[in-house]
Design a protein. Structure first.
Length: 127
C-alpha cells in the first residue's frame, strides 16, 4: 500500500472492541471477504484486492508463492494483521474443516466425559 492507500484503508477500518477484529466497512463479497481497490504489491497494478491480503502484505510482509492468508479469528471480514497467518492451501483447508466440525468434536467430548454436568442446583456439578 502506498501512503494515500494506507490513509484510505485506515478510514475504512474500525476495531471491534470485543473480538479485536479490524472490520472493513467497504464492500464484502458473498463469502464475507472485504474487498477494495488497491495496488497489488506483486504486479504494481491497481485493482480489486482482498483486504485481508492487502493488510497482511503491508504489515507482515510478502505473501510467498501460492500461499493463502488464514483468519485465525475465523472472521472473513477481518483485516487485523495480528489475526492473519500465511499458510499453504492444504493447511487452510484443514483448519476450515476442523472449525466446521468443532461442535461435533465438543459434543463427543462432553458425551464421553465421566463428569456429570447436570444437577438439581443450577451452576453446580453433580457429585
Amino acid at each position: 500500500m502506498n501512503d494515500s492507500e494506507l490513509q484510505r484503508f485506515a478510514k475504512h477500518v474500525f476495531q471491534d472492541p470485543v473480538t479485536g477484529c479490524w472490520e472493513y466497512d467497504g464492500y464484502h463479497d458473498k463469502k464475507g471477504y472485504a474487498q477494495g481497490r488497491y495496488t497489488d504489491p506483486k504486479t504494481g497494478r491497481v485493482g480489486t484486492q482482498l483486504m485481508h491480503r492487502v493488510s497482511y502484505a503491508h504489515f507482515n510482509g510478502e505473501i510467498i508463492g501460492d500461499n493463502q492468508v488464514d483468519h485465525t479469528c475465523q472472521n472473513e471480514g477481518c483485516c487485523n494483521p495480528f489475526h492473519l497467518e500465511q499458510v499453504t492451501m492444504l493447511e487452510n483447508l484443514l483448519r476450515k474443516y476442523a472449525v466446521a466440525n468443532m461442535p461435533k468434536l465438543f459434543t463427543i467430548y462432553w458425551v464421553k466425559s465421566p463428569v456429570k454436568v447436570m444437577s438439581d442446583a443450577p451452576g453446580k456439578l453433580a457429585s
